[in-house]
Design a protein around this ligand. Sequence first.
Ligand SMILES: [Zn+2]
Length: 389
Amino acid sequence: MNGSFRVGSLFGIPFYVNASWFIVLALVTFSYGTELGANFPQLGVTASFALGFVAALLLFSSVIAHELGHSFVAMSQGIEVKSISLFLFGGLASFDRESKTPGQAFWVAIAGPLVSLGLFGILRTLLLGGGTLTPLTAVISLLASINLILALFNLIPGLPLDGGNVLKAIVWKITGDPYKGVVFAGRVGQIFGWLAIGTGLLPILLGYGPQWWNILIGSFLLQNAGRAAQSAQIERTLSSRTAADAITPHSPIVRSDLTLREFANQHVIGNTREWKRFLVVDETGKMIGAIAADDTKTIATSDWVKTTVAELTQPLTLETIAASASLLDALKMMERIHQNELPVADETGAIIGLFEKNTAIEILRSEREARPSETPETSDIIANNESSQ
Ligand SMILES: [Zn+2]
């Protein structure tokens, strides 16, 4: 997230705070400090605001506990938690992948609200039997309410909220299709986003000022719900095609036993693309290195008929992708090894062509043109391959 910086680790999970969070910290400290000062004049100004600050920190500890709830369940499923962040609207835990089954996804989603409900229960129990109202009980009471609100707000059944992830898991379970779950819960999230914006604007019709917080939350929901549905669409497209489906025509693959003359005639002259480098394979199709197109110039043209590609081959080892692997897996591999192209190998290990990142982007673009109502952002392909709660 832009404007975030790391402040340490929580149970080995990198912990980030967004600059926007300090605005909320200041607002909560100020508003609660003022309230405490008014209710308990004996505290004095300094102690009121100090207590307000402590209450604000405890409030955000509640948010962190909620995110740790999601994170611990995810970790128990072998999912890596990449980060926990605090920002304007609360907290966010990012995972390196999604749960494998709808049941597992359900538990990751519900764990956060369950932690918040549990904290609400514990804090309310602490207040039982306490007769007089003191600054301490006032802070505990505030925290209890905050945890209840955290649980209930997050259970609204639309993405990107936890309730949306619960709904996604349910639709996934019923239809057997995780994408249908995301698209459905994303649409419901958009409806809640519009509702929030509507309730924010409604007071204007009645002659009052707008409810800015509702409008802000609504815009946040709308933006993220739409993005969830779009990235599901992208993932679906990329998962439904294999690397073999997306091989570049006339890929720069050449056999080592060809003479330079044959290499030039068959692969270089008349090729629609000017390849700088060709992968060299042996007679079984296995990759043994690469030849640079320019290196042929070091040999006199008259000698091309008696020089083989093998003689100019430089050793090169590249990771390959299986022909049957999905484009999604291929793109993830590219991201991991920082390459924009991958040799595609069949089940015998023979190289059958080259898969280029641009081909995947082209496929997504043509899908989008075939379906104008959806507008997936191709730049988000990788960014959206992580999930968050
Ligand atoms: Zn949550």
